[in-house]
Write a protein that binds this ligand. Sequence first.
Ligand code: FNR
Length: 190
Amino acid sequence: MTYRIGYFVGSLSSTSINRVLSRALIGLAPPSLEFSEIAIRDLPLYSADHDQDYPPVARALKEAIESSDGILFVSPEYNRSIPGALKNAIDWGSRPWGTNSFARKPTGIVGASIGAIGTAVMQSSMRSVLSFLNAPQLNAPEVYLTFRPEHYGDDGTVHDESTADFLRHYMEEYAAFVERVLSVTAPGHI
Ligand code: FNR
């Protein structure tokens, strides 16, 4: 069985360490997962004024979330919280009221920072948001990564063996979690 994973990179930076991390995670993931990025860059700022007539870019975002079997967030921490561009994308996906695209989607949250706590506070904020949106989350293992550039190639290769093992283990657990959630939320089970 193959699962389609839509992934968000929470950074708009051209030199994003979280984009490097996303490539590493994709490279280390089990073959049962197929990835496509859900882009956030071109979304306008969300306002309820759009609810009557969502712009095409936001409709495409909702369709991408809804057609994914699981969602993976790979994001920096900005000022001890979720980067604005990512939160904006989540707000778009959650609305209009009654059409929350994240409901029942199995999610994973990971992130890298240059600091010692490796996006722990962002991830905690994300858990509140995703809980409100009724999106089940992989609880453990957790990936709080202090980014060491020398451990990664631009193509996503991970040169450091223990980092590669750690990230591979996360993706194996994430794949098993997606399968588990889908097995109990598939049509006929709810
Ligand atoms: C940061 N950074 C940061 N790091 C951290 O560990 N905790 C934090 O709260 C913040 N806050 C923060 C705010 C803003 C506006 C910026 C630009 C940066 C540093 C951050 O870890 C570093 O810039 C990473 O490189 C960001 O990830 P990307 O964008 O390279 O993927």
